[in-house]
Design a protein around this ligand. Structure first.
Ligand code: ACO
Length: 323
């Protein structure tokens, strides 16, 4: 049985870190309010010349280095993003070009904060279907560019960055002891559109638009949706919260993360939290968090790792990986 095994990882952040205190001069807010409600202490904001594609390229190069591979070894690039460099062509094709690749194929995936789990599930399908052997799965965002910097209810929450994994086809036994993606569960429900969306687009306003959010409404649905897909992943594999070595959630907000872990009975020592460092980087948050926990030695080969996310749409999903 073919499995999609993680062979390398990488991350990239803009040069400029912006602490909560700095935002006190932008909107009426405070470090205390932001930390208490969200757990965020700082975020990185892209400067001149830094774009979704440049950050994605840097993360991809770091992942290739870790995997001891070159762009020549890759046959598919999937970029999860809601903040592409251009409406088209896809940022994935832009990154393919930046990597000097004219072979293989590349496309973007748009599922907002759930983008990375959607991209992982999709890459796994291409690998298991035999259409790709090595896939660069990238989550890259520059949300700072779609924020309304006069709206304190949203602008303090988000940041920019990118992370990448290299997935590679490998033979497995078909058991949960196999390394690689074990199961993926994706969901969406468009009835929630108005709770989290961007108020512009090429086919409506002809503008890029700004992010709009009813924070309380998002919060109300988040924990239930997240725990549903995680429970589906446990059920599909016959595993439980006790078998899990790490939960690596989308980093939107400390209270959502803690609430989900508590409901699932996952102790906080097994939860990777980086929202304090990066803010909410949408599709980039999971690979950025993975990068931190792999660099500091928490996540090791053989560990059972649950990735989960929920975001605009709503979209939500979970991917269970034996590292
Ligand atoms: N600084 C200071 N005060 C603020 C700020 C701010 N940045 N933003 C809002 N306030 C004020 C509000 O105006 C309100 O004041 P009022 O009582 O005088 O009207 C007060 O704080 C409370 O506002 P609420 O919106 O009720 O605050 P809440 O406790 O719900 O926290 C938050 C807001 C953090 C957005 C919360 O609802 C939340 O975490 N929601 C989840 C949203 C989220 O994480 N979205 C990320 C994208 S989706 C995803 O990735 C899953």
């Amino acid at each position: 049985m073919i499995r999609s095994v993680v062979r390398g990882y990488g991350a990239a952040l803009p040069k400029r870190a912006v602490a909560n205190r700095e935002l006190e001069g932008v909107v009426e807010t405070s470090d205390e309010w932001i930390v208490q409600r969200t757990g965020i202490r700082q975020r990185y904001i892209a400067g001149e010349g830094e774009t979704t594609a440049s950050l994605g390229e840097a993360a991809a190069r770091a992942a290739l280095d870790k995997a001891a591979l070159t762009p020549a070894d890759i046959d598919l690039i999937i970029v999860a993003t809601s903040t592409p460099d251009n409406t088209f062509p896809a940022t994935a094709v832009n990154i393919q070009n930046r990597l000097g690749m004219t072979h293989g194929f590349a496309f973007d995936m748009q599922a907002v904060c759930s983008g990375f789990v959607y991209a992982m599930a999709t890459a796994d399908m291409y690998i298991r279907g035999g259409m790709a052997k090595r896939v660069l799965v990238i989550g890259a965002e520059t949300f700072s560019r779609i924020l309304d910097w006069k709206d304190r209810t949203t602008c303090v929450l988000f940041g920019d960055g990118a992370g990448a994994l290299v997935l590679e086809a490998a033979e497995g036994e078909g058991t949960i002891a196999d390394r690689g993606v074990l199961t993926s569960h994706l969901r969406s429900d468009g009835t929630h559109k108005e709770k989290l969306y961007v108020d512009g687009g090429p086919s409506t306003t002809g503008t890029v638009g700004h992010l709009r959010m009813e924070g309380r409404e998002v919060f109300k649905h988040a924990v239930g949706m997240i725990t549903d897909v995680i429970e589906a992943a446990f059920e599909a594999t016959g595993t439980t919260a006790e078998d899990l070595d790490w939960l690596v959630p989308h980093q939107a907000n400390r209270r959502i993360i803690d609430g989900s872990a508590k409901k699932l009975g996952i102790p906080s020592e097994k939860v990777v939290v980086t929202v304090d460092l990066h803010g909410n980087t949408s599709a980039a948050s999971i690979p950025l968090a993975l990068s931190v926990a792999l660099d500091d030695g928490r996540i090791k080969q053989g560990d059972l790792v649950m990735l989960e996310a929920m975001g605009g749409g709503f979209t939500w999903g979970a991917v269970l990986v034996r590292w």
